[in-house]
Ligand binder design. Sequence first.
Ligand code: FAD
Length: 402
Amino acid sequence: MGSLSVAVIGAGAAGLAAARELRREGHGPVVVFERCAGVGGTWLYDDKVSTNHHSSLYASLRTNLPRETMGFLDFPLVSSDSGDSRRFPGHAEVLRYLQEFARRFDLHGMVKLQTEVLSVRREASSSWKVTYSRKQEEKEVIVEEEVFDAVVVCNGHFTHPRLADIAGIDGWPGKQMHSHSYRVADPFHGQVVVVIGYKPSGMDISRDIAGVAKEVHVAIRSPAAAAANISQTQQMPLPANQAHPNLWLHSCTVERAEGDGSVVFQDGSRVKADAIVHCTGYKYSFPFLDEDDAGINVDDNRVGPLYKHVFPPRLAPHISFIGLPFRAMLFPVFQLQSNWVAGVLSGRIELPSQEEMMKDVAAFYSDLEARGCPKRYTHDLGTSVRFRVRGLAGRAIRAGQD
Ligand code: FAD
């Protein structure tokens, strides 16, 4: 296919990796559309929470991966000149790292900042019309269109909150928020707070809040509880640790909320709470795509059908998705995905036929199903492994019984 014009949507870690690999492969022009005022995506911390903010970072956040595994393969995240030698650096250092990556590989000139992609539509040929709005001086917004041979979607998936369903929540008098809008613990001073979810954000935020709140009660679904080494049979909530004697872990979900301020857990325990913080994850969302046009749909957080999480078989390689996987060494994954997309677009790498890719996707989905892995974990590389181990254990037990 040679050199193609490519639109990249988003200038977070995935979009920057894509821009670099596409140019390295000889594609051009490559235009990166970024609606924020700078590159970095998630890592562009914003202490103000607006109606449309992108980043879900909170002030105290440090990486949940050691710096040795955070960086791109040939551009390590080494100890910074700020003198922070911690293996799990703070978020500001990751942003500086991504800005430095963009400088080092001269990517800034490819990025259109404050430019939001409004729609991506397939033209009669295999090209794509990208419509975008661009902020000008004095808040003037201009809407423009450009046509590209290919589109690489890198818009991130930690921005559209998923909330826990709680019966009676409409009549509950307390305050609710999602971790997407959590920044600091101060507003929870002296309060009783229920945190739902105990994955990395839930762990960080519950401990953060426990530093100032009267009590923090964390509702954890059983697998996480098991991971946190909590007895599944324990009827009473357990204090989470001695450092925060006011932090309680409930190894069950919240069942309902009541008009007198009570929050009732599945095991029957209850607390009168002032606030609920949902650390319940995010939804994949592509508001600028027509799903049929783009050859995908989102079903319970499964974006599909996608060959190896990247290419919709029907339209490959002219539209691709970088950055969908999670619970992995993400920056290296983004880099490898980007290199693959760039190579397929130039013709250096050949994809299997559409039929073979569809077969592969179908086999992947039925394997997940056989292992009892819900659709929402399709792109969770860590959970796939966990479910594989469980699936094997399950089969071994059944085989033994037979
Ligand atoms: P993003 O960083 O979200 O970038 C997407 C970009 O697309 C944004 O800049 C956005 O403005 C832009 N965009 C979206 N829609 C449009 C549009 N229509 N038009 C134009 N631009 C658009 N990962 C780790 O490896 N280690 C960690 O410790 C870690 N901690 C995390 C903690 C939190 C709280 C969260 C939320 C995520 C964390 N992650 C971590 C995951 C993190 O999201 C990835 O590391 C990575 O930054 C994702 O990059 P991305 O480019 O895919 O998405």
